[in-house]
Design a protein. Structure first.
Length: 251
C-alpha cells in the first residue's frame, strides 16, 4: 500500500469496508483495511475513514463498537486514529459509552501516542460538544489509576483551549480540573499537565498567572511542570513564580 492516499481514495476504502462489514464479509473487510492500518497514511485521510465509520455506526453503535474492539487489538497507530474519529461522531448518540470505551482503549494501547490521538479526538471533542456532561467524567478520569487515562484529561483540555481560547469562564473550570493532578509524581503526567497549562498561558496569560500564584500557595508543583506552564509568561513573572514554588517546597 502506498503511503499517500487521496481524500477520494480514503472514502472508497471506507465505503468498501462498511459494505463488507454490514454484509458480514469479515475476511474481505480485513483484506481491505489491514493494508491501511499497516501503512503510513496521513492522519487527515485516516480521519476521513473514521468519520465514515462513525456515520455508519449511528444506527447500530454497539455493532460497530465490536469492530472498533477488533481494530484496537491490532494496536496500530492508524487504527487509533480511525477509532477516535469514529467515536467522536458517536458522542451525540451515547456520550458515556464513547468516553468509557476510550478509557478502555487507552489502557490497552498503553502508549503516549494512543493517549494523544484518542484524548484529542474523543475527550477534546466531548468537551466541545457537551461541556457540562463531559466534565464530571473527566474529573473521575483525573483520579484514575492508569497514567494514560489521567494524562488524556490534559490532552482534552489542550484540544478545547486551542479552539475556544476566548471562553474564560470555561477555561477557569478546566484549570480547576487540572488542579486535581498538580501534585502528580509521574513524569509523563507532569509533562502533560505542564504542556496543557502552557497552552492556556499562550492564549490567556493573565488568567494562568493568577491561577499559578494561587495554586503555588497551597500545592507543591514540580519544577518541570511550572517551567512548562510558564513558557509564555513574562520573564519577571516566571522568576516570581519560581520563588513562590521554592518557598512552598522548602523543608
Amino acid at each position: 500500500m502506498k503511503q499517500t492516499l487521496s481524500a477520494k481514495e480514503a472514502m472508497k476504502v471506507a465505503i468498501k469496508c462498511i459494505n463488507h462489514f454490514e454484509a458480514g464479509n469479515m475476511e474481505e473487510l480485513w483484506q481491505t483495511l489491514y493494508p491501511i492500518l499497516t501503512s503510513k497514511i496521513p492522519f487527515p485521510q485516516l480521519d476521513r475513514i473514521g468519520l465514515a465509520f462513525g456515520e455508519a455506526a449511528k444506527s447500530v453503535p454497539l455493532k460497530y463498537i465490536e469492530l472498533f474492539d477488533e481494530i484496537q487489538k491490532g494496536n496500530k497507530m492508524g487504527g487509533y486514529v480511525i477509532i477516535g474519529k469514529a467515536l467522536s461522531v458517536l458522542l451525540d448518540i451515547d456520550l458515556r459509552l464513547c468516553l468509557l470505551k476510550t478509557r478502555e482503549y487507552l489502557i490497552k494501547g498503553d502508549r503516549w501516542y494512543v493517549c494523544d490521538i484518542l484524548g484529542e479526538r474523543v475527550y477534546g471533542q466531548a468537551l466541545l460538544k457537551n461541556f457540562e456532561e463531559t466534565l464530571p467524567h473527566l474529573e473521575r478520569f483525573s483520579r484514575d489509576q492508569n497514567r494514560w487515562v489521567k494524562r488524556s484529561v490534559g490532552v482534552a483540555v489542550h484540544s478545547f483551549v486551542k479552539r475556544t481560547h476566548k471562553d474564560k469562564e470555561r477555561i477557569k473550570r478546566l484549570l480547576e480540573l487540572l488542579s486535581l493532578q498538580i501534585e502528580e509524581k509521574d513524569t509523563s503526567t507532569i509533562k502533560g499537565i505542564g504542556w496543557r497549562l502552557k497552552t492556556i498561558g499562550k492564549h490567556q496569560p493573565q488568567l494562568l498567572e493568577k491561577y499559578l500564584r494561587t495554586t503555588l500557595e497551597s500545592k507543591k508543583m514540580s519544577k518541570l511542570m511550572l517551567r512548562k506552564a510558564a513558557t509564555y509568561l513574562k520573564p519577571e513573572v516566571k522568576e516570581e513564580l519560581s520563588k513562590l514554588r521554592n518557598k512552598r517546597t522548602e523543608p
